[in-house]
Design a protein around this ligand. Structure first.
Ligand SMILES: [Zn+2]
Length: 103
């Protein structure tokens, strides 16, 4: 599960940085996600609405016009990463409890 999220985060950050022409080292303000919750489709320029829930739970968005699948950049928000980490922790706990019940 951790590797899955790490792979998504890496690919998303590469895509996003390429799209915006930003350096990976640049600090991206957390507010930017909530101020303009959306992406511009790199294929057809359609504005794609993206919610925090998309960032955290879906991990990708689909362009409503050309159906291009875009992976959402979780690194744009450290808060989102923290939430993601908590989500992972919850997964671990749930798995541990589940294993405990089975044992
Ligand atoms: Zn599109």
């Amino acid at each position: 599960m951790t590797q899955f999220f790490r792979r998504i985060i890496t690919s998303i950050s590469i895509w996003w940085n390429r799209l915006l022409g930003r350096q990976p080292e640049e600090t991206i303000p957390v507010v930017e996600v909530s101020r303009d919750p959306g992406l511009r489709c790199p294929e057809c320029a359609t504005h794609i609405h993206v919610t925090i829930a998309d960032l955290l739970y879906v991990g990708s968005v689909v362009c409503p016009t050309c159906h291009l699948v875009l992976e959402v950049d979780k690194e744009r928000s450290h808060g989102a990463i923290d939430a993601l980490a908590k989500l992972e922790a919850a997964h671990e706990q749930a798995r541990a409890v589940s294993n405990g019940l089975r044992a």
